[in-house]
Design a protein around this ligand. Structure first.
Ligand code: PRX
Length: 651
């Protein structure tokens, strides 16, 4: 048996069983599917794939596993847009709303399944008319407008793979991604609305395109009406082409293992990895998890995943999962503080949102803004909450539970990655007793083990999170680089997928994610996770958000430096800072007490909201900053550097 390799300090004893009225209607109301999946995980997934999706040809083999290369539902054929659209319309549900779209300025569109199908067919014909063929790659660089899912679905209809590039990325990021994928066409928009102003997109494409020789055409959606330059023959307005296009476009029969999309994720080197997802396995796991983890009742629910479609969360749980399940969803274009800090809550009230899925970084921001904002609105339509993207600190979980969920909504804390494609560790809301801050248990059929440095399973305490068997939505590789795929995910622990995250198991077998193992600190020989110290800091009533890093220290190896954002009503006095520092010692123990706590106005984050601890380490150790290209707001680090210089140094 393995030895724990990461300290286990934090104890959380609060538990929340599923409310009886929730269980009474739950899609999954008892735990028998765990046993079913454990008995034969291939049969479990095969049954879900057949029940959830419509296939043209049934598959003859559930799984071909040649580690680390998997093929799922071999021999099966299907079309993703058919599963997302046509079959609902054919079943008489064409008038059902697929998306309530809300633009940031307050303009809206309500789009039914029949309307979405028609627009997708037209755009699929547009793509064909511009030379896009089955097997080609199409880059999509757009704001959060309905034409974004339309473009994605149109690709799937004709068997082209899409590569969505997040709309906040720069021309350099477009160049890297378009060239790596050798995309033939880019779909973009003049711009999108963010924080009350136009965020231009087409000019970024113009700046990139001299360096992307594979691109033959650019299609531009008119959204913001800012001036854009159009190159005759290469650039086309979406509305011009759509006006001419036929609404008749039969879906192409695709192999279960055909490439569905590439989505680039940054790795340890500057070159982003093109994560490959394929058709049948991805759609089956995404749709099934969407149904049971969010307890979807498609006839009654208005579901809202408040992520950006440019990230995997949006791909899986705004576009493919909800549409496959015939759900009604909300899409919002803009930022949560426009025009006021209650915009999300206004949207929940307006549409009667029943499930809300967002990230811990957003929840901590709402905490900082205060519970007065959600209290301006009637949030009683909500019946389930979800979180994804980072470990959620227990106090942030409690705040979400209390002020957003009205102490009535289960919270599903879902652990997964761009690479996993779909939920992997998560509660089932009608079954699982929740503990604030724990993602609880592996989803049925998923093999999770925490291991020590030697790859031996750890039964209690902290170690490395690994996955022990293939799963349908797993990445099929890194585009153009099978060696990097094997090296990155399958070499650290032979036979296992290494996720790069730390994780601990408590006495009841609950899983607690501990953050990226690259961030784990070594203090006097103790391996301390950033997550546990940050949770202890956020546990103090004055702290809204915290990030900790290890900085080299002559006596302890590394010393913990904490950066904290205070809630709005607190002043950063030296007494308060000392109290916060001591709070960690009381909450989880003196080894984890930060040497220094620095009050900062903001933290460096990636554009998807993850804290970039690497840059904070550079600050703490007085180094030049490393690669900052993925940073959302570069000025934040300078400000933190100043505050760090002014902060008192404790021993
Ligand atoms: O570190 C884990 C964290 O986010 C990483 C995956 O990031 P990305 O590929 O951008 O996908 C994010 C959306 C799925 C993971 O390796 N992470 C994600 N969800 C959780 C989490 N950490 C703790 N708890 C979670 N629920």
């Amino acid at each position: 048996m393995g030895e724990p390799t990461i300290e286990d300090y934090l104890r959380e004893n609060r538990t929340f069983p599923p409310p009886p009225e929730f269980v009474a209607r739950a899609v999954v109301a008892d735990d028998s599917i765990y046993a079913e999946a454990e008995a034969d995980f291939e049969a479990f997934w095969a049954r879900r794939a057949r029940e959830t999706l419509t296939w043209y040809d049934d598959f003859h083999t559930v799984l071909e596993w040649d580690l680390p290369f998997a093929k799922w539902f071999v021999g099966g054929t299907l079309n993703v847009s058919y599963n997302c659209l046509d079959r609902h319309v054919e079943a008489g549900r064409g008038g059902k709303v697929a998306y309530y779209w809300e633009g940031e300025p307050g303009d809206t569109r309500t789009i039914t399944y029949a309307e979405l199908l028609e627009e997708v067919c037209r755009f699929a014909n547009v793509l064909k008319s511009l030379g896009v063929q089955q097997g080609d790659r199409v880059a999509i660089y757009m704001p959060m407008i309905p034409e974004l899912p339309v473009a994605m679905l149109a690709c799937t209809r004709i068997g082209a793979a899409h590569s969505v590039i997040f709309g906040g990325f720069s021309p350099d990021s477009i160049i890297d991604r378009v060239n790596d994928a050798e995309a033939k066409l880019i779909v973009t928009a003049d711009g999108g609305f963010r924080r009350g102003t136009v965020s231009a997109l087409k000019p970024n494409v113009d700046a990139a395109i001299a360096s992307t020789p594979s691109v033959e055409h650019v299609v531009v959606v008119r959204r913001t009406e800012n001036d854009v330059s159009m190159v005759e023959g290469r650039d086309h307005w979406y509305h011009d082409l759509m006006a001419e296009a036929s609404a008749d476009c039969p879906p192409v029969k695709m192999d279960s293992e055909a490439l569905l999309y590439l989505l680039y994720t940054s790795g340890t080197t500057a070159k982003p990895k093109g994560i490959m997802h394929t058709t049948g396995g991805y759609l089956a796991q995404v749709a099934y998890t969407h149904k049971v983890v969010f307890d979807l009742h498609p006839d009654d629910d208005v579901y809202w995943c408040a992520a950006d479609i440019g990230w995997v969360t949006g791909h899986s749980y705004i576009v493919y999962g909800p549409l496959t399940n015939g759900a009604t969803s909300v899409i919002y274009e803009g930022t949560p503080d426009t025009p006021g800090r209650d915009r999300l809550w206004a949207i929940v009230e307006k549409y009667g949102v029943t499930q809300l899925y967002t990230a811990p970084t957003a929840i901590r921001m709402f905490m900082k803004w205060g519970h007065e904002e959600p209290e301006k609105h009637d949030l009683s339509s909500l019946r389930l909450l979800g979180t994804v993207g980072e470990p959620i600190n227990p106090e942030a979980w409690m705040w979400y539970y209390r002020y957003i969920g009205g102490e009535r909504c289960p919270i599903v804390d879902t652990w997964w990655q761009t690479e996993t494609g779909a939920h992997m560790i998560t509660p089932l809301p009608g079954v699982t007793t929740l503990k604030p801050g724990s993602a609880t248990f592996a989803f049925p059929g998923i093999g999770v083990e925490v291991v020590d440095d030697h790859g031996r399973p750890v039964e209690r305490g902290g170690g490395y999170l690994t996955l022990t068997r293939p799963w349908p939505a797993m990445l099929r590789g890194i585009w153009g680089d099978p060696d990097r795929y094997r090296e990155t995910y399958w070499s650290r622990f032979p036979g296992r997928y290494f996720a790069g995250d730390g994780c601990k198991i408590d006495d009841d077998g609950y899983l607690w994610l501990l953050g990226r193992v690259d961030d784990v600190m070594n203090v006097s020989g103790h391996r301390v996770s950033t997550t546990e110290v940050e949770s202890a800091l956020v546990d103090h009533e004055a702290v809204a958000e915290a990030a900790v890093v290890g900085a080299s220290d002559p006596t302890t190896g590394q010393a913990i430096i904490g950066y904290v954002i205070l809630k709005q009503r607190f002043e950063p006095t030296p007494e308060l800072v000392e109290e916060i520092r001591q709070h960690v010692a009381v909450k989880i123990g003196p080894t984890a007490r930060p040497r220094t706590v620095v009050v900062v106005p903001d933290l460096p984050k990636t554009r998807s909201g993850k804290i970039m601890r690497r840059l904070l380490r550079d600050v703490a150790e007085g180094r030049q900053l490393g690669d900052t290209t993925t940073l959302a707001d570069a000025s934040v680090v300078e400000e933190i550097r100043q505050r760090a210089l002014e902060a008192p140094q404790e021993d």
